[in-house]
Design a protein around this ligand. Structure first.
Ligand code: FAD
Length: 369
């Protein structure tokens, strides 16, 4: 595999490879098929080296700037090779493993995720702890060189497909009493019950932990590091994984332009506003990618990316609803499922209200209320 010196070189070689290797999904759009397709795409891209660029050699990467990952995600999304939401998991969980897992554990596990051999999940939210994540109560108690975990998580995306879980637990009171573990999902005592979203897909699940025994060397960081881990992970969930989501949304804007043209339903102002919202978040995301490439540590400023993404996504699908009458309400088209899923954009990764609170308090220093 070549060592690429510029992004343009990387993109051009990647495009040639993708032109020569057909990774298109089949006709089955079920979640089972999407997850299988995601595994296939990652596996092929990893085995050919592409999925390894932008990650450090210590976890099986081929080094190079993080922006190579963004370019890869953009090409995958633009070509419709993998569903962008579930593709994001790599961008969210891998940086955490690199920063917090023992080096041997990260070296063993990360290639399994990047290489599509495994799917992982993120066990943060609980029935009483979503926005107020620090109130979580899933308990971990030490027993020699193991910990025993009991409690419940909810809205855990893809838990029914996951081999491992990045799990937040309570080991003592307060923010400093939260501890993270990397848990094998086939450990006795774990029960996964899928939940159906309003777009008709069992995308997330309730996960129950009953006296689940986890080795102490599966702790991520040290006891009490869980809150810091969450504060490092969430900025990735609120920013870097959006570059490829935006690329996906541009494909939907193009489709909308084609369909409004065919129907003669064009409304230049509405289409222009949808384009502007998308372009705004793309500019913001570009700046975030650049900061990441320069080695910046991402933090609360990523709440701006999250608000802009959710706004642009919902505006785009609202424009679909307005300009293609009946396409959501009367027929079971892919538009309907994407329109409904867009509603989740102001909830997952922290709600729109919470992002605005962070912007007001942490970026604008406006005080608590
Ligand atoms: C598609 C999807 C996938 C998800 N995947 C995962 C996953 O893989 N892992 C995981 O751990 N979680 C996941 N979640 C859960 C997500 O993180 C939570 O839904 C989110 O953090 C909100 O928490 P909640 O649902 O408990 O709502 P609540 O916190 O109960 O909030 C309810 C409402 O109150 C508002 N609110 C709450 N507090 C304040 C405040 N202080 N100021 C102003 N308004 C406030 C909220 O904005 C919201 O409108 C997912 C959610 C969705 C929709």
């Amino acid at each position: 595999m070549n060592a690429f010196t510029t992004v343009a070189e990387f993109r051009s070689a990647l495009r040639t490879w993708l032109d020569d290797h057909d990774l298109s999904p089949g006709p089955d759009h079920s979640l089972d098929a999407q997850v299988a397709q995601l595994g296939r795409v990652r596996r092929e891209l990893y085995d050919a080296g592409w999925m390894r660029y932008g990650w450090p050699a210590e976890v099986g990467g081929l080094a190079g700037p993080a922006v190579f990952r963004a370019v890869l995600g953009e090409e995958v999304a633009t070509r419709g090779l993998a569903e962008p939401g579930i593709y994001s998991m790599v961008e969210v969980l891998t940086p955490t493993m690199i920063s917090y897992a023992r080096p041997e554990l990260a070296a063993e596990m990360v290639p399994l995720l990047l290489g599509g051999r495994e799917q992982w999940c993120q066990g943060f939210s609980e029935p009483g702890s979503g926005s107020d994540l620090a109130s979580l109560t899933t308990r971990a108690v030490p027993h020699g060189d193991t910990w025993e975990i009991s409690g419940q998580k909810v809205w855990t995306s893809l838990a029914q497909y996951a081999t491992r879980c990045v799990l937040l637990t309570r080991t003592a009171p307060g923010h400093d009493g939260i501890t993270a573990f990397f848990v094998d999902m086939d450990t006795p005592g774990i029960t996964v019950r899928p939940l159906r979203t309003m777009h008709g897909v069992d995308e997330f699940a309730e996960v129950f932990f009953d006296d689940v025994v986890v080795p102490a060397d599966r702790m991520l960081g040290r006891p009490g590091d869980g809150w810091r881990l969450a504060m490092d992970l969430l900025p990735h969930e609120r920013s870097t994984c959006f570059w490829h989501r935006i690329a996906h949304l541009y494909t939907r804007l193009d489709r909308l332009l084609d369909e409004t043209d065919e129907r003669n339903e064009t409304d230049d102002a509405a289409l222009g506003a949808a384009y502007l919202a998308l372009h705004t978040v793309r500019c913001r995301s570009h700046a975030t990618q650049r900061r990441l490439a320069e080695g910046a540590r991402l933090g609360p400023e990523t709440s701006v990316d999250k608000v802009l993404l959710a706004t642009a996504e919902q505006q785009l699908f609202d424009t679909v609803r307005d300009l293609l009458p009946g396409v959501l309400e009367l027929t079971d088209t892919p538009w309907r499922s994407e329109y409904l899923y867009a509603k989740a954009a102001t909830i997952y990764g922290g709600t729109a209200e919470i992002q605005r609170n962070i912007i007001a308090r942490r970026l604008l220093d406006l005080g608590r209320e």
